[in-house]
Design a protein around this ligand. Structure first.
Ligand code: AMP
Ligand code: MN
Length: 269
């Protein structure tokens, strides 16, 4: 799940409050490329007696496109894990500056201050740029911001920025993370290229495949579970919760794991 530490709508405390209302006992906070929400989340998790799984959704590159890894530290964050966060936050700051320069080429002049303000003072992501573009009347909504300016292949999509998949996995694994390939169905890939991505991820040491992300087709889930088995990948399962509303399933909306999924706590026991 995401909080205001990246592009989620709820603060860590609000997120944990909602999770407690929904009766959750465990929650993984995986903000994009940062641990900035974790300290607040730890306090709230303790108050609500929710087991907090600490991690991040790590941005990396594969064949020129951005791919996300769900990196989890079930045994707690190591020094090396904090170093990963430092590297990624720095990469996000430098990308933000590159996006500003790119937009200026399209005669759209945003300042770093206004984008950072949209991000609540933290490092901005593309949704915060989208919010500025909407506020400035350049686009009508987030969908249009990505379709016209920020999405894959568009002007504001900075190329060659993130670590390559295999380097990202080396870094994360050496920092003690359990790594699952996030939302494999969300990338714009043909089926065969998606299989190649998952194979490349497994070959580079990736451990898990996110068999369910948000809402998805049951048949597609079954096909991912089968592929994971052939590649010896564990399964993970996430809501990718960003905000209350129709776009994301509510925390805990899925009551049971698919039977092929083994909880991480058991896996590591
Ligand atoms: P970033 O990590 O800063 O590159 O931003 C990625 C985030 O932007 C994703 O987690 C989504 O929330 C959002 N996003 C990505 N693609 C789109 C899209 N086509 N339309 C709307 N939002 C998107
Ligand atoms: Mn993602």
């Amino acid at each position: 799940m995401h909080s205001t530490a990246s592009d989620g709508a709820l603060t860590p405390t609000e997120l944990l409050t909602l999770a407690a209302e929904k009766g959750l006992k465990e929650l993984a906070l995986t903000d994009h490329d940062t641990f900035a929400g974790l300290q607040e989340a730890r306090t709230a998790a303790r108050d609500f007696q929710i087991q907090l799984l600490e991690g991040m959704e790590f941005s990396c590159a594969w064949k020129g496109m951005t791919v996300h890894l769900v990196a989890l530290w079930p045994q707690g964050l190591s020094e090396a894990a904090w170093e990963v966060a430092r590297i990624q936050e720095e990469a996000r700051w430098s990308r933000a500056e590159k996006i500003l320069i790119k937009l200026a080429k399209a005669d759209i002049h945003l300042t770093l201050d206004e984008v950072v303000a949209q991000a609540g003072g933290r490092v901005p992501g593309r949704p915060h740029f989208a919010a500025c573009l909407i506020a400035g009347g350049h686009v009508k909504d987030q969908g249009q911001a990505f379709r016209k300016l920020l999405g894959a292949g568009k002007l504001g999509d900075v190329k060659n920025h993130w670590l390559e998949l295999s380097d990202a996995l080396s870094l994360l694994l050496s920092a003690g993370a359990f790594c699952s390939l996030a939302h494999p169905l969300r990338y714009k890939l043909t089926r065969s290229k998606r299989v190649r991505l998952i194979e490349a991820f497994a070959a580079a040491g990736g451990q898990g495949l996110e068999a369910v992300s948000g809402r998805q087709d049951v048949a597609q889930t079954a096909s991912l579970i089968k592929l994971a088995a052939t590649l010896n990948l564990q399964l993970s399962w996430g809501s990718d919760f960003h905000a209350p509303g129709p776009a994301c399933p509510a925390p805990g909306a899925y009551a049971t794991l698919p039977s092929a999924c083994q909880p991480l706590s058991q896996l590591l026991a």
